[in-house]
Design a protein around this ligand. Structure first.
Ligand code: ADP
Ligand code: ZN
Length: 252
């Protein structure tokens, strides 16, 4: 058993983080995409996995929500699109990504969550960064909707919680509850529901995902970059599973 594996089997985030930083070559970078439909857990997994690599979690959705909350020009431009589940135009998205990648914290790598979302974005991304791995999270639509409707986010820091307790068809996802009902563990902010996490908008977002984003699976498959992960449990089980996939890739 390697150092990494012995720590992987331990419970608790700290051990996993430590083991990853130990095995990773300082000169190596890991540029990853966490891919999957709305509600598949891209944000939660990115949040838990990135610290171990010392790399940022870059969520275009979070960037837009922040801009909306701050009432910036960008926020005003995208607010109605997010509300209805439509995509922001590729040019705007690419400008944000180009600026974000210039920041020094991206040197060792990054995880994109919610980007790229169209073929055009993937092609543009290829011109500015080399992607090492795409983790494709799979989950049945019916579960996605149930999970997304039960999602709660902190209005201050965006940390994600979930009140659904799903146990059926071989899937076991316990709720991700805050210590105090309605209050964020990290910053004591108020927990709210995202405006686009309602049944109608979710169905629209799933349609948009199928039409515009799913073709990217084929795109990355052809390039041998994609690894599929079935989401069947909560983060306690899924995070080590995803880490094992990444670890295999790091060795390859
Ligand atoms: P989810 O994956 O749960 O649908 P996100 O937080 O990734 O949510 O995105 C929320 C919304 O932000 C999307 O419905 C879309 O309006 C916009 N958005 C986020 N990322 C992109 C992107 N890469 N391209 C276009 N629009 C985006
Ligand atoms: Zn918070």
């Amino acid at each position: 058993m390697t150092f990494f594996e012995s720590h992987l089997s331990c419970k608790g985030k700290r051990n996993i983080i430590f083991s990853l930083t130990k095995t990773k070559d300082d000169n190596m970078s890991m540029n990853m995409i966490f891919f999957g439909p709305p509600g598949s857990g891209k944000g939660t997994y990115s949040d838990r996995i990135c610290p171990g690599f010392g790399i940022p979690h870059i969520s275009t959705g979070d960037i837009f929500r922040h801009a909306i909350a701050e009432k910036t020009e960008l926020g005003k431009k995208v607010e109605s699109l997010l509300k209805t589940g439509k995509l922001v135009d590729d040019k705007t998205v690419m400008n944000i990504i180009k600026e974000r990648l210039k920041k020094p914290d991206c040197k060792k790598g990054f995880v994109f969550d919610g980007f790229p979302r169209t073929l055009e974005q993937a092609k543009e991304l290829e011109k500015i960064a080399k992607i090492d791995l795409v983790i494709n999270l799979n989950l049945a639509d019916e579960i996605l909707i149930e999970k997304a409707l039960a999602r709660r986010i902190c209005e201050k820091c965006g940390n994600v919680y979930n009140i659904a307790d799903i146990k059926r068809n071989g899937i076991s996802m316990p709720p991700l509850l805050p210590k105090k009902t309605g209050i964020c563990d990290k910053c004591s902010g108020k927990l709210i529901q995202r405006k686009d996490d309602n049944e109608q908008t979710l169905k629209d977002r799933l349609d948009v995902y199928r039409e515009q984003t799913m073709p990217l699976i084929e795109y990355y498959k052809k390039r041998g970059m994609i690894k599929n992960v079935d989401v069947v449990a909560g983060p306690e089980i899924m995070v080590p599973k995803i880490l094992a996939v990444i670890k295999k890739e790091l060795k390859a």
